[in-house]
Write a protein of this length. Sequence first.
Length: 170
Amino acid sequence: MISKRGQQSPLLFLKPMITKEKIEKLVEEKIAEGSNFIVDVAVKPGNKIFILIDNVNGLPISDCVAVSRHVESNLDREQEDFELNVSSPGLDQPFKVLKQYKKNIGKYVDVKTKENQKLSGKLISADENGIVIETKSSERVEGKKGKQLLINNINLTFNQIKETKVVISF
């Protein structure tokens, strides 16, 4: 492209960018026929690509390798260099997508609300509207001797949740 002054436009020298959308599309292509799902995709400065995938039944390392090879084979290092990391989210990482909540139904979770309330309990259900956790507490009940075990189901919408993590127990 030539500008009005007869100089080449700087747009000709711009390299194609590696975008989050492009990486998500490549990952979706690879995992479309299986039960793996995307947790997160990030493209950081310097073309550092981070892909988190998971599976309801656990994620074998071979699936991470397969996604990595598929993405790498569809990007051109000669046009643009990049660093690629594909893994599953760690147990200590907060949930990011609904499928992670569904995967962990029946497990104990810690939930921090946006009002900084901390709740611990068993994840009973999860859907596009939110989650239900079952909490237990010992409290005095009027007319009863001693403390009584109270079980409460707490409904939370995703707008109320700041962070949810699975409770790691040994």
